[in-house]
Design a protein around this ligand. Structure first.
Ligand code: SAH
Length: 226
């Protein structure tokens, strides 16, 4: 299955909203750290339901901001869920961004970077569209150290690429972005049942679930364009 077909299916079955609800637990902490100033423009890569830009638009007076996604069904849903003039959504590919140089003040991406088969090309595009001093906030739950997320690959036909914390920093630096910060944001909101309820449908042990959500949570790496 192509990436587009896979995510079109997810959008049609309501997984876009499910991901939104789930990812919001930690995305909101990362988004709150983005140094957004009045009229700043933001690009959301792999926007899904488009929730990150809606949240940023509620919190700030944004300039023209764009959510990009390979899936036309995701983009259509994101449009339908959004009722603000400062945000639009468009179909596109991470590796060939349809924007002029220096167009955005910030780039955001949640749980999408690891779908890139050519992360260096994607980062070079991000650097190109960021203005000097602009930031790239890259959030992922699926990464090397968070070993209980590795099984996510079993649920999807599209290849996912596991990078470690160090590899994220190296990739950013190789693309010419400085690494301003790297943190793990624990998911404190997900309900973890008491010991005697394990195994659950999804989790063999309580310790594994704690490791996944409370210990590793979401990896946020922040790059800054020179
Ligand atoms: N950021 C959203 C969606 C995450 S799912 C959230 O937090 O819920 C990942 C999204 O990235 C999917 O909608 C998928 O279509 C998109 N995506 C994956 N690879 C892509 C690529 N090469 N170009 C554009 N979008 C891509």
């Amino acid at each position: 299955m192509t990436l587009q077909a896979e995510f079109d299916e997810w959008a049609a079955s309501g997984s876009d909203r499910e991901m939104e609800n789930h990812h919001w637990h930690t995305a909101k902490t990362a988004l709150a750290q983005m140094p957004v100033e009045e009229s700043d423009t933001i690009l959301d890569l792999g926007t899904g339901s488009g929730y990150a830009l809606r949240a940023l638009s509620r919190a700030h007076d944004l300039g023209e901001s764009v959510g990009l996604d390979a899936s036309p069904a995701m983009v259509k849903n994101a449009h339908e869920y959004t009722d603000t003039d400062d945000v639009t959504y468009t179909v596109g590919d991470f590796h060939h961004l349809p924007f002029t140089d220096d167009k955005f003040d910030h780039v955001w991406s949640m749980e999408a970077f690891f779908f890139s088969e050519e992360p260096r090309q994607m980062l070079s595009e991000i650097r190109r569209v960021l203005r000097s001093g602009g930031t790239f906030f890259c959030s992922v739950n699926f990464y090397e150290e968070s070993e209980h997320t590795h099984k996510h690959q079993d649920r999807i036909d599209i290849p996912m690429f596991l990078w470690s914390r160090q590899e994220y920093r190296d990739l950013f630096r190789d693309a010419g972005l400085s690494v301003a910060a790297q943190t793990t944001i624990p998911d404190e909101e997900i309900d973890i049942p008491p010991e005697d309820e394990f195994p659950t449908e999804e989790w063999e042990t309580r310790a594994a679930m704690v490791d996944r959500y409370r210990t590793w949570g979401t990896l946020l790496t922040v790059g800054v364009a020179p």
